[in-house]
Design a binder for this molecule. Structure first.
Ligand code: BES
Ligand code: ZN
Ligand code: ZN
Length: 497
């Protein structure tokens, strides 16, 4: 995406001008200039019903100036407009730009500003929202009726210092592009996005940004004794992969933050087979891995001052004569033994070994992200990510960041009695499925058993990583949940805490 910053009066190639229409127009610098562009017709249009309502869109011809059309975006009461609302408004505008087949758009920055949101934030949110809204998954139809159309440039018309506006728009662009890549990974079917293909993607990402990468295949995973990852992979014809990517902000790389992702490319449930309605869509069970890969892309672009190691455990969970079974007892890399009560509780198994590996690499903080349980959807709905933690202060920082990124995160409790139930087994140290009552907590809590005292946050994105219907910031399908929050969290931790 090309970003330009121009003075409002400068000559400009855009096909459309995006203007925020507020109930307090008198605050907008240059409202008069706008009136001039419309040859005094603005007042007539407003009288004729041009809507100020939040998220309403109206397109008119501009009567003067070099931009032929204007897209009015209703922002309701400018004084009450929040960052999240503005991001969504730009998302809706982005969808409209695609519909109108517009490649070059200009944004009248001042028309979106208020006491809370300054020009730089507008630039960030516009670049982010428009590109998220404009996302389409390139499908596999031989005769696709979706024309390949993209917005190629955004020009910010502003009197403010160009460098700051350009940088803010760049950050927004990086965020949106990473989210969109993560969406594509989630939308890809499992016969195409195999663990091997995911590892190749990670390798390419690493080459682009200079991450040190280790891709472990079956024999290395066996050598490490990752019995939990291997158990899940046992019924598959696809080789498992453990993907490790290091972003070194310092040479010492002594105590990195670990981002650990669940990369189940397809979850049949195994012998605890999912019902036919529950199995469709399970190509998205690598949403946690996609979030980590997306965050690493942002990290590669923005280079925060924080060492990060990404660890992704990837396999599919299949049924076959070799597959693992309920009642099996397996030994994880940590040495802890696990009684399998439900082969569909596989995410926590692969995460257990991934977390153990991250700790062995010296991780001083761990965030795991996973489409782990249907329970989180029952508890919180599909628009909230569920969280667990063993360190409230550490979690508090992520929560602050999530409020800025507009990704709703809600913490659930993890109590000693929950832990007791995870440790209850006649034959092993742990069981992988203590019950369905409050089972989001058991899913994450199981991972916590392998983290120990290291500051840790668990994010269950089973609800948020996939949208059943189109929404303000994108179409139905993969959402790229937690990409922006994870990346911004790393940025915050790098800012000398
Ligand atoms: N991949 C699923 C969780 C999931 C459910 C993701 C719906 C996205 C949408 C996970 O592996 C799973 O099957 N969890 C079980 C756990 C249960 C067996 C304790 C679940 O949630 O039912
Ligand atoms: Zn499962
Ligand atoms: Zn799963």
């Amino acid at each position: 995406m090309e970003i330009n910053v121009l003075k409002p009066t400068e000559q400009n190639e855009a096909e459309i001008l995006i203007v925020g229409l507020s109930r307090h127009p008198d605050n907008a610098d240059g409202w008069k200039g706008l009136e001039k562009r419309f040859d005094g017709r603005l007042a007539d249009w407003i009288k004729g019903g041009l809507s100020f309502d939040l998220n309403s869109l109206s397109i008119y011809p501009t009567l003067k100036g070099d931009i032929p059309r204007v897209l009015f975006v209703g922002i309701g009461d400018r004084k009450k407009l929040t960052e999240d609302e503005l991001r969504r408004s730009f998302g809706i505008a982005g969808k409209q730009l695609v519909k109108e087949k517009i490649r070059h758009a200009a944004i009248y920055t001042a028309s979106f500003e208020n006491g809370e949101v300054n020009g730089e934030q507008v630039a960030h949110l516009a670049a982010e929202g428009i590109q998220m809204g404009a996302y389409r998954f390139a499908d596999y139809k031989t005769n696709s009726n979706e024309v390949d159309h993209r917005v190629e440039s955004l020009s910010f018309l502003t009197e403010q210092p160009a460098d700051a506006i350009r940088q803010a728009a760049f950050v927004g662009t990086v965020h949106a592009e990473a989210v969109n890549e993560a969406r594509t990974l989630v939308n890809m079917p499992a016969n195409i996005l195999t663990p091997t293909a995911m590892a190749e993607y990670a390798q390419e990402l690493s080459e682009a940004y200079g991450f040190e990468t280790d891709i472990l295949g079956r024999s290395e995973i066996e050598e490490l004794g990752m019995g939990a990852l291997l158990a899940v992979n046992q019924g598959s014809v696809e080789e498992p992969r453990l993907i490790v990517m290091k972003y070194k902000a310092t040479d010492s790389f002594e105590a990195p933050l670990a981002l650990v992702g669940k990369g189940i490319t397809f979850d049949t449930g195994g012998y605890s087979l999912k019902p036919k309605d529950g199995i469709v869509g399970m190509k998205g069970d690598m949403g946690g891995a996609a979030a980590v890969l997306g965050a690493m892309r942002v990290i590669g672009e923005l280079k925060p001052d924080k060492d990060v190691v990404a660890v992704i455990a990837s396999t599919d969970n299949m049924v076959s004569g070799n597959a693992f079974k309920p009642d099996d007892v397996i030994t994880s890399m940590s040495g802890k033994t696990i009684e399998i009560l439900n082969t569909d509780a596989e995410g926590r198994l692969v995460l257990a070994d991934a977390v153990t590996y991250a700790k062995q690499l010296g991780a001083s903080q761990v965030v795991d992200v996973a489409t782990l349980t249907g329970g989180v959807i029952v508890a919180l709905g599909k628009d909230k990510t569920g969280a667990l933690t063993n360190d409230e202060a550490f979690y508090g920082k992520l929560l602050d960041v999530s409020k800025k990124t507009g990704e709703f995160v809600w913490q659930l409790p993890l109590t000693e009695s929950d832990k007791k139930r995870l440790r209850k087994s006649d034959v092993a140290d742990l069981n992988n499925s203590p019950g369905r009552d409050g089972h989001m907590i058991f899913g994450g809590g199981f991972v916590g058993e392998f983290v120990g005292d290291t500051p840790w946050i668990h994010l269950d994105i089973a609800g948020t990583s996939h949208a059943d219907a189109a929404h303000d910031l994108g179409p139905a399908g993969g959402t790229g949940a937690m990409v922006r929050t994870l990346a911004s969290f790393v940025e915050k931790l790098g800012n000398k805490e």
